[in-house]
Every structure is written in C-alpha cells, then in structure tokens.
Design a protein around this ligand. Structure first.
Ligand code: ARG
Length: 581
C-alpha cells in the first residue's frame, strides 16, 4: 500500500513538475488541528513559477481532485493542507502497529552500517557521580534508536583506566602501609577515601604530586607490583560500576578503555610521524594545529608519558579497524569540545577516510539547587560531587514513600520503586534538549503529574491495567493483547471522538520521531513524544469508557496499540516501561 506522502506526491507531481521524492521530502505535519493531516509548503515553488506562494496554493487546491483516502485539499497561507479519511487513517496506523508489534518503527535506514557509540566512559577508581547520568542515558538511548533504524550498534565504555590518578592511588596505598589482605578487602568507598587522603596530603606537601607522577611512570613502564595494584583498583571499580548500570538497565558491548591502548602508543606515534604530523616542541611531541585556530595536540610529554588524546587517536584507529564504522559518536559533555575538535582535526590531517564519520555529541550541565538557592554543578556541601548511587537511593526512597502513602498495602515494592525512581531521574534529564543546561528539581522530577517520568510511566501502567482487567473479566489469567490477533472484526469507523483521533494521530508519528531523534542525535524528541502519547492516552481513557462500552472491542484494540508504542518509546529513552504501580 502507498503511504500518504506517496499518494500526495502522485496528486501533486503532474501539476508541479516535481519528482515524487522531492514532494514527499517537503511534506510537513501541521501542528494545528483544523489544518489537516499533511501540508505541502508552496514557498520553494515561488521562484520557479514566478508567483506568490498563496496564489500557487490556491491554484493547486483547485486542480487537485480528492480521492478515497485523501478527502479534502485546502489552501492556507501558502500551504496546501491535505485532509485524510479518518477511518482509513485509523485502519492504516493501527493495522501497521498490530502487524509489526514491538518492531513498529523499525527501519532499514542503517542496514549494513555500524555505529560505534562511546558513552558513560567514567574514570576508574572513583564512583559514578550524579553528573554521569546524563551522558550515560543519552548514549544508551542513542544506541536503542540506532538499533531500531537498522544499524549495527557497538556500545563502547571507554574506561578512563589510565593516568596520573592511578599514581595517586598507588602512592597512598603504599604510604598507608596497606597489605595484600587490605587489597583483597578493598571497597570502592575505601578507594575513594585514598583519593581524598591524597588531596589532603598534597595540599600540605606539594611533593606528593611528583610522587604520583613517578608512580604513574613506573606503572607505564610495566612495574609488576604496580600493575597488580592497578588491576585490583580497576576490578573493584568495575564491580561497583556494573551494580549501578544494572539499576539503570544499561549495557555495553565493550569495556576497552584507555589502558588497552598503552601498548599501541609506539605504533600510533610512528603512524602519525609517517604522515608528517608530529613536531618536537620543548622536548614534547605535538601536532601543530595553529593553522586551524586550535592549540597544539600534545601527544607525548617531555618525560615520555603519553596523553588522553594520544590514547584516543589509537582508540579511533582501533575502532575503524575492528568495526569498520560508518559513524563513531562520542557522547561526552560540552567541557571536552576542544579535545574532540583536536582529535577529529588530527585524524583528518592524517588522511584517514573514516575520520568524517567521527562526531562529538556534547551535552549541557545538570545543575542542582545549592543551600543558598543558587544553581551548582551537582556538588554537595563539602564540595564533592553527589554520588549517583546516593541520588538513586534517594529517588527510590522518596518514590517508596509516595507509593505507600497512596497504597499502604504496597509494601515490599523496593525494586519497583527503584524503576520508577530511575525513570524519574532519567526523564528529567532527557526531556531537555541535549545541549541545554538543566536545573534538576526533586519535586518536579518525582511528580506524578506534569512533564515527569512517573507521569509517562503511569500512562503505560493505565493502558496495561485496562488490558489486565479485560482479561480478568473474561476469566483469563494473562493480560489481553488484542492487537496480536490481527484486525479482523475491528471497526475502524468507531473512533470519531477527537481524543481517539488525537491519540491515533500521535501513534502514527512514531517512525518519524525516531528519525528526528537520530538526525539530531538527541533523545529529547522521543521524551517529548512519550509525553504526547501519555497525554493522548490519558485523554482518551478519561473521555471514552473502554470496558463495558458498546465499542469495547475497538477501544481495547486502540489501547493495546498505544501500549505498544508508549512501551517502545519509554524503553528507547531508558525509562523502564513498568506494567504495574
Ligand atoms: N573518561 C573521560 C572522562 O571522564 C571521558 C572519556 C570519553 N571518551 C573518550 N573516548 N574520550 O572525562
């Protein structure tokens, strides 16, 4: 069956001389009810036809004959507005959802292409801070979006497991006279304690920094004892990291981080040297980027130590060789923009053909209200970053309180409260445009009304609960899934209510929204879309009784389709699509 856009292209083609793809590409979706279902802007034609857009629109409206599915064409302010037959529209939209089920919205746009997504990538030896959540969830969401568009996705956690900070930990470990037994019993909290102790010691005695650098040099040189300590510190951090990722329901395909590329340094330096990029400067080795208005990329310090960017260059080469990527996205905060501009420029200058597929996906800060009412970058009073685990636990606790208040019987719902808490935090971050800084407010994030995670999750719960009640009524144990039985017996003319039409129209937009989100490399449009569906679902349920109505069968079908789309949407933005509250 042709899509509406294709049909409109057929109607317009003969009168405009435009190719079908050109027309389909130009068609927009009117924002106002009453402006039709699809619109074609006549502005681009003005030059070609030497006429004003409104005149062109009027003329075309007179020439086009309605069809069975496109029942009316109207000219308005230079646009041609197309109105479709609502029964036909419902049949097509819901029929497609029912036949594709959870695969609805999948496309083949990325077929045969691989996208590497580097996200979360925290520095080891420390716990995840609250500010890590945003990048982690943007990356997680992008990985779901690209997968749905048919790409092969490689989710890479480029662990920050190399650098002077390891020197600091080793220095402190030895200074405190810790033993193998202490190492075996080491926890992430203890490790963080070593960091704090180092900072304190270094304030009192600046020579500590030199000691840390020396220790790191020994580590880079391959000292067996230091390597063993380093490995233990990393293992301890990974265990804690994975505990948090499990709460967030986030997964990775690779944890190959910076340390892996230490052995690649000589060949990376040789490669860049062979391309004529490397220069000596005061004993260090650099790539001069002054012609590109950037400070030099420092590849190797005068003491021989390699750097973050050198390891990133090696990692990019490795990814190109291992994955043959079409795109390699780095989801890393704004603050590292210069680093990525330099990285991309060095790779471009190196003439690597795949460099054009590399893109930095920056994002803004998450600000938290401080004691004095100002907004700060997620610090607690002591000036330390608030730990993500504490924020998650606080969210879980607060949600549990709300649940128990509403329903005292609902005890023992810790896991559920955690999933709602995660949804609340994640939604509050992803509903904003990626580049905007955001102001995090507990009340807003946890509210069950308004633009919040609990609100969109609750809409999904309501849809599920109607389907469960429908099954209970008929004595079936499992919740009903009427859309799985096909469209036979469904009367698509029984959705005349504006609330039903609004909801169906929203459901039809899912594939477009995925494209929009991918084009912007931003989950925000999907989060906004989740709100749209949730509102549509609440609106429909509120005004149209489902169970026990004359239209019960048709309405249950719509409810089930809405459940599928909302469930997939929530999953794609990392908000757990829970079925019961
Ligand atoms: N570990 C770095 C940090 O915490 C982020 C790494 C991002 N990925 C990369 N390939 N540079 O700042």
């Amino acid at each position: 069956m042709k899509t509406y856009k294709e049909e409109i292209a057929d109607l317009l083609g003969p009168h405009t001389g435009l190719a079908p793809q050109e027309i389909a590409f130009a068609i927009t979706l009117p924002q106002h009810a009453g402006h039709g279902d699809f619109a074609f802007p006549c502005f681009p034609l003005a030059k070609k036809l030497r006429k004003a857009p409104p005149a062109i629109a009027n003329e075309l409206a007179g020439l086009i004959k309605p069809t069975a599915s496109i029942v009316k064409v109207e000219a308005l302010n230079g646009y041609l507005n197309f109105f479709v037959d609502q029964t036909d529209f419902a049949r097509r939209t819901l029929g497609r959802i029912a036949s594709e089920q959870a695969a609805y919205g999948s496309s083949r746009r990325g077929e045969g292409k691989t996208v590497v997504i580097d996200f979360s990538s925290p520095n080891m030896g420390k716990e995840l801070a609250f500010h890590h959540l945003r990048g982690t969830m943007i990356g997680h969401s992008l990985s779901k979006l690209y997968a749905r568009a048919g790409y092969k996705v490689e989710r890479v956690n480029h662990l920050g497991d190399w650098g002077t900070s390891y020197g600091k930990l080793i220095v402190m470990f030895l200074r405190e006279g810790l033993t193998e037994a202490d190492l075996a019993a080491m926890t992430i909290e203890r490790l963080n304690g070593l960091y704090t102790a180092f900072s304190q010691a270094a304030t009192a005695d600046p020579a500590m920094e030199d000691k840390a650098r020396e220790a790191f040099q020994r580590l880079e040189a391959g000292d067996a004892h230091y390597r063993r300590l380093w490995q233990a510190f990393k293992d301890i951090t990974l265990i804690e990291l994975n505990r948090i990722y499990r709460f967030l329901e986030v997964e990775f395909d690779s944890y190959i981080g910076e340390a892996h590329f230490v052995d690649h340094m000589p060949k990376t330096m040789d490669l860049l040297t062979s391309k004529g990029l490397v220069q000596k400067s005061q004993g260090a080795e650099i790539v001069d980027l002054s012609a590109h208005n950037m400070p030099p990329a420092l590849l190797r310090k005068s003491d021989g130590a390699t750097l973050y960017i050198t390891r990133d260059i090696a990692a990019a080469v490795y990814r190109a060789e291992t994955y043959g990527f079409a795109k390699c996205l780095y989801v890393v905060d704004n603050g590292q923009s210069l680093h990525f501009q330099q990285l991309i420029k060095v790779l471009e200058l190196g003439g690597f053909p795949w460099a054009s597929g590399i893109e930095h996906i920056p994002f803004g800060l998450v600000l938290i209200k401080s004691e004095d009412g100002g907004w700060e970058k997620g610090k607690t009073r002591s000036g330390q970053a608030s730990l993500l685990k504490d924020v998650l636990e606080a969210a879980r606790e607060k949600i549990e309180g709300i649940i128990l208040e509403k329903n005292p019987e609902a005890a023992g719902k810790e896991a559920l409260a955690m999933r709602i808490g995660v949804g609340a935090l994640v939604f509050s971050e992803l509903k904003n445009r990626r580049l905007n800084d955001i102001r995090f407010e507990w009340d807003q994030a946890l509210s069950f009304e308004g633009d919040s995670g609990p609100y969109v999750q609750n809409a999904h719960v309501r849809l599920c609960s109607i389907l469960r009640k429908s099954a209970e009524k008929a004595g079936r144990a499992k919740a009903d899934r009427p859309s799985e039985n096909g469209t036979d017996g469904i009367d698509f003319s029984r959705f005349p209510e504006p609330q039903a039409q609004t909801l169906i129209r929203s459901l039809s937009l899912f594939p477009d929204k995925i494209n929009t989100a991918i084009e912007a490399n931003d989950p925000c449009p999907m989060a906004q879309y989740a709100l749209e569906i949730a509102e549509g679902a609440h609106g429909f349920i509120h005004s149209c009784r489902v169970l026990g109505s004359a239209e019960e069968k048709d309405r249950l079908f719509l409810i089930d389709c809405a459940r599928i789309v909302l469930g997939r949407t929530l999953d794609m933005i990392g908000v757990p699509p829970i079925e019961e509250m």
